[in-house]
Design a binder for this molecule. Structure first.
Ligand code: ADP
Ligand code: MG
Length: 766
């Protein structure tokens, strides 16, 4: 008898050969296959009428094949088919469609799904590359008629070969559900289900796979039916339950209880060059309270670019140093580490105490590195600032009390954990800073093992940054404007997507450990990559070839256009041409550490007017006199990146400008990003948009960030359920012993273990 654990091979209609194919998709058991949910539904009970279609809409229609032909054009064979409904008809086209030639015959009924477009030649409509399914005809058996027409049909992502398309899945999954009727075990405690009014698991699976007639399609597509919500909740509940347990375990570990008496507070105040904002004060208060406590601090300090996180972190290091401990500050790039080093030294000089600050980055020369390591090991270095060399170069701290990690998303959770695990007498406190304005509920739930402080206020006197999008064709105006600003005593950045030549071997990407540029480029042509699983349901995933716009040539994107302007060659060109007479500097990731440091210092001291750079300046670089940020090939940058870059200007009261220059005609997605940049400066708003454009996987960089991939849940769409799951899991741990039957308790714990082993393996590594 079929059970959830049964190997799929024994399901009716599968067998060993297909089981092998399914295995490639990580589908091994009946339960796995039942968890493969539809990503879209088609209403085949009351399908749309052709005459009601509107150009630009996605539509699903049912009609009869009227005729078809394979056209051999010079570039490719195109399969054309006319589908009719009474008097209405619609023309469909598939590029490289030879494989469809013998599949369709006049008189057959088909279901189409695609974007409706107005036809140029006539008043009728057309669809380019729609998804198409053959509907059963009178020769087919009763069951397939029942499953295919006159109902809401679930559409599944193909499981590999054409044979395993939606129609096959509908039949197999329906068969399994029938056979398992009344025997799918529950996975949530009954009391919880009753209180939250969630359907049983069996009901939820049944109605998600086979919605009842009359279920509104828009609810289904919003994943908002009770059945779908129940499945989402369950997934999020087990995620949050695991995080809650981790949090509790952490609180029991032994950390350092720092003293924060008047003497320490005075030392912390001494380094302040300005009045902190209320938000900065609040954040420091929260950090100090953690540091006072017995347990190890794990806190995320979040604030938009320019909100002033650095000073707060430095104040925290003073607390540690005043208690006789060492502090470490880890930055994602050498440039940023160097800048923090210079800045920290200057600030700490304000104090009467003689703190010793040491720099350690990978490309320092061996002597300097050795000296740094020795000072750290002997405890002579009080504050150590560096890159991930800090964790890689076998650095031993004499007495490490606090670790600050800047721009966390660049490191990824795993590295963070590695850092924490460094064998040490007492477990140091950890403060993670990020400028990624993750919406609060998301941050709380994703970094569930971290407490959160938010700096939601900019220092006073900042003028908004004027942002403009201009085409390359108007570059002489742009350079004229840059000259004007320089004449007024200001400085400017000009940023390029690459250093020079081919896009391989760009250290920018090594630093970032997150090939953003590559991602961007690939995304233009492959919007749905693996890892974007959580997007399921929100966007359609075609069964067959993705609808390719006729004018899109993915290869051109991937090979990198030869016309792409690069930092080092443009540095020469501008110096000899449009910006002749100004003092130009060059900064990119392939320069050695000393040269980078020199370039940064000279720009900081105002000895350079225009810094030509790559995205190495993206994070944290802080030169208040810079008022212009020119981004060339802005169409190639992601939203988060552009926002970070823009954050390099507007750091003082002077009016600042961000000019987004586009080199080629931007894709619609790029246009959307650029328009958003012009429209708003609110990091949270941009982050939300980025999140919904790219999906959480790409947004956080799934693999790097250790972000779990979800089966049903979508962190953007399901935020409310995530919050609920968090509350419920906390309450559950709190009162697990009360009012729960023994078997329910053990069911929850074993389900939890299973979920974490299978899904959140990465997160568990901590
Ligand atoms: P981020 O949060 O992006 O790391 P920074 O810490 O680099 O921001 O701060 C941005 C700029 O604002 C720096 O030049 C810093 O000196 C300045 N700043 C920070 N806090 C204040 C404040 N309370 N008043 C005035 N200037 C401030
Ligand atoms: Mg910073």
């Amino acid at each position: 008898m079929l059970a959830l654990e049964t190997n799929v091979q024994f399901v009716k209609g599968i067998g060993p050969r297909i089981a092998l194919l399914l295995k490639e998709k990580q589908i091994l058991t009946v339960e796995d296959l039942l968890s493969h949910l539809p990503f879209r539904y088609e209403d085949r009970l009351s399908p749309q009428a052709i005459e009601d279609l509107k150009p630009g809409e996605m539509a699903s229609i049912i009609g009869e094949v009227r005729g078809s032909a394979l056209l051999r054009t010079r570039r490719m064979p195109i399969f054309e088919m006319t589908v009719g409904q009474g008097l209405g008809k619609i023309k469909c086209m598939w590029f490289h469609g030879a494989y469809l030639k013998d599949k369709f015959h006049a008189g057959q009924m088909v279901a189409l799904y695609g974007k409706v477009e107005a036809s140029r030649s006539s008043s009728s409509f057309k669809m380019i590359q729609p998804q198409v399914e053959l509907l059963p005809d009178r020769h087919d058996d009763e069951e397939s008629k029942l499953l295919e027409v006159g109902r809401i049909a679930p559409i599944y992502e193909s499981l590999g070969s054409g044979k395993l398309a939606s129609r096959w899945q509908r039949r197999v999954i329906w068969g399994m559900l029938e056979e398992l009727k009344g025997r799918i075990p529950e996975t949530l405690p009954e009391a919880m289900r009753t209180r939250l009014q969630l359907p049983s698991r069996e009901e939820a699976l049944r109605h998600t796979h086979c919605p009842e007639a009359g279920t509104p399609l828009d609810r289904l597509h919003a994943w908002a039916t009770p059945a779908q919500q129940r499945l989402i909740f369950e997934e999020l509940f087990y995620l949050e339950l695991g995080l809650e347990l981790k949090r509790r375990k952490l609180r029991q570990r032994q950390g350092i209880a720092f003293a924060t008496g008047e003497r320490v507070r005075e030392a912390v105040r001494q380094i302040l060059p300005f009045h902190p904002t209320a938000a900065q004060k609040r954040a420091l208060g929260e950090i100090a309270a953690d540091m006072r406590g017995d347990g190890p601090m794990r806190r995320l300090l979040q604030g938009d670019v320019g909100s002033g996180k650095t000073i707060v972190a430095l104040q925290a290091t003073v607390i540690a140093m005043e208690n006789g401990y060492q502090a470490a500050l880890m930055a994602p790039t050498e440039i940023l580490a160097t800048q923090h080093f210079l800045g920290a030294r200057k600030l700490l000089e304000r104090s009467q105490k003689k703190y010793r600050v040491t720099l350690l980055t990978g490309s320092l020369d061996e002597d300097r590195k050795r000296a740094s390591r020795a000072a750290i090991c002997r405890g002579e270095a009080n504050l150590v600032i560096g890159t991930h060399a800090l964790i890689e170069e076998k650095v031993e701290f004499a007495k490490l009390g606090l670790v600050v990690v800047d721009e966390q998303h660049r490191f990824g959770v795993l590295q963070r954990f590695r850092l924490m695990r460094k064998p040490n007498a007492a477990e140091p406190d950890v403060l993670v800073m990020t400028a990624t304005p993750i919406p609060r509920t998301l941050a709380l739930s994703l970094y569930g093992d971290l407490d959160l402080s938010v700096i939601d206020e900019l220092p006073p006197g900042r003028a908004p940054i004027v942002t403009r999008q201009v085409s390359d064709a108007r570059q002489s105006e742009v350079w004229g404007f840059v000259r004007e600003q320089v004449k007024m005593g200001r400085q400017a950045y000009v940023v390029y997507p690459v250093i020079e030549g081919a896009k391989e071997d760009q250290p920018e990407m090594d630093f970032a450990q997150q090939p953003e540029l590559d991602l961007e480029l690939e995304q233009e042509s492959h919007p749905k990559k693996s890892g974007a699983k959580a997007k399921k349901g929100s966007k359609s995933k075609p069964d067959r070839a993705a609808p390719l716009q006729p004018d899109e040539k993915p290869d051109a994107w991937l090979s990198g256009k030869p016309s792409l302007k690069a930092a080092s060659s443009m540095y020469e060109e501008l110096r000899e041409g449009a910006l002749k007479g100004l003092r130009l500097g060059l900064l990119h990731g392939r320069m050695d550490a000393n040269d980078k440091e020199i370039a940064m210092r000279r720009f900081q001291r105002g000895e350079i007017d225009v810094l030509v750079a790559t995205t190495v300046i993206e994070v944290g670089v802080d030169v208040a006199n810079a008022t212009v940020m020119v981004i060339e090939h802005a169409e190639r940058f992601g939203l988060a990146q552009m926002h970070q870059l823009r954050g390099r200007v507007g750091r003082a009261a002077a009016k600042s400008y961000c000019i987004l220059m586009t080199g080629s005609k931007p894709s619609p997605q790029a246009e959307e990003r650029l328009a958003a940049m012009v429209r708003t400066q609110d990091g949270f708003e941009l982050a939300e948009m980025d999140l919904s454009l790219r999906g959480p996987g790409e947004f956080f960089g799934t693999r790097q960030a250790g972000l779990p991939s979800f089966q049903v849940a979508n962190l953007v769409r399901d935020r409310a359920l995530l919050e609920l799951a968090k509350q419920e899991s906390a309450a559950f741990v709190e009162r697990a012993d009360q009012g729960l039957r023994e078997e329910e308790k053990s069911m929850v714990w074993s389900r939890l273990r299973e979920a974490w082993q299978r899904r959140y393996g990465l997160v568990e590594a901590g």
